[in-house]
Design a protein around this ligand. Structure first.
Ligand code: SAH
Length: 325
């Protein structure tokens, strides 16, 4: 048993059963603080790690929005949970080519990932929370950030909890599960509030569903395989599907505009992933197969294209980004 699991069991024995939400929060805080989970040698691979085209198209969408907003010189690039900084690196290349030259602000809790990001962006500014971002127009992106925030589960109206049982950790009840995520609602509200106050746009990409529905979507991934949620706490990535119907509410309540929800496949196709792949392949013919495979993986309906969704929040004074018609 790891020292973290021992401490978690002691906590449960001392305080009594803890909510699924508290369990997820504690495990993920430890998990992200102690490793770089990305890539082949880690636990999971994200879209920007698959291909430069993902970050480039995000950058193109942000740059276009910034240009149509009148190219405000004080607009900053902001990213939530930037991982290794790969998406930012690809996006910023495109944004700088389009004339933007602002600061880079990263919201990241993991000291290990902050170090990795520092290698790519020595001059960036780091923050612990969305509320700490500067009061300036934001060109914000969050890819696979919301899914890592804790989710609350209820069965028959009673909050589901984690107990210490004979064989290890166990849930205190089973049945039809209803999930909510106050932490996500707060994050969306914080993004929307700063966009309304200071201008800007936020592109949010994550996996999840368009309509709220009961169901247990909490999952654990380790070494690129699904694992039991209560096995090896703190040693595996815990996520849950984002309920995009619930997502829009806190953003609209804050007075922000919210686009329609589109699948990642639709969005990447609308932004021109096919043309981008063709341009890269004609400059690098030896990469043609790899590029075609990346397009399929990112946009194919049987891969990430349907499960992952894209939605944008923007200041009512800013134009909506491209790709949400
Ligand atoms: N966006 C990156 C990484 C996704 S993994 C990519 O697409 O590759 C989730 C990221 O969110 C990691 O960088 C993790 O450290 C960060 N993270 C998780 N919970 C967080 C929180 N509560 N506050 C800030 N960052 C968080």
């Amino acid at each position: 048993m790891t020292p973290f699991e021992r401490a978690l069991r002691e906590r449960i024995q001392r305080e009594g059963p803890i909510s699924v939400e508290a369990y997820m929060e504690a495990c993920n805080a430890y998990y992200y603080a102690t490793r770089d989970p990305l890539g082949a040698g880690g636990d999971f691979t994200t879209a920007p790690e698959i291909s430069q085209m993902f970050g480039e198209l995000i950058g193109a969408a942000l740059a276009d929005c910034w240009t149509r907003a009148g190219s405000p010189a004080d607009a900053v690039y902001a990213e939530l949970g930037p991982g290794r900084g790969t998406l930012a690196n690809d996006a910023l290349r495109v944004m700088r080519a389009a004339g933007w030259s602002g600061e880079v602000h990263l919201v990241e809790i993991s000291p290990i990932l902050r170090e990795a990001q520092k290698e790519v962006f020595p001059d960036a500014h780091w923050h612990d929370a969305i509320e700490d971002l500067p009061e300036r127009p934001l060109l914000l992106v969050a890819n696979e950030f919301l899914d890592a925030l804790p989710v609350r589960q209820h069965v028959d109206g009673v909050e589901r909890r984690v107990v210490v049982a004979a064989g290890g950790l166990a849930f205190d009840r089973d049945g039809e599960i209803v999930e909510t995520s106050p932490a996500r609602d707060e994050a969306v509200a914080a993004i929307a509030q700063t966009l309304v106050a200071n201008g800007g746009v936020a592109l949010i990409v994550d996996y999840g569903h368009a309509k709220s529905a009961p169901g247990d979507t909490l999952q654990a991934v380790r070494g690129h395989r699904f694992a039991a949620v209560l096995a090896a706490p703190g040693e595996q990535d815990l996520t849950s599907h984002v309920d995009f119907e619930a997502f829009a509410r806190p953003a609209r309540d804050a007075g922000a505009s919210v686009t329609s929800l589109v699948s990642q496949g639709e969005w990447l196709n609308a932004l021109g992933i096919g043309q981008r792949a063709a341009a890269l392949a004609s400059a690098n013919p030896e990469r043609a197969d790899e590029l075609a495979a990346a397009v399929q993986r990112l946009a194919g309906g049987d891969q990430m294209g349907d499960l992952f969704k894209v939605i944008a929040i923007h200041s009512p004074e800013w134009p909506a980004p491209l790709g949400f018609e």
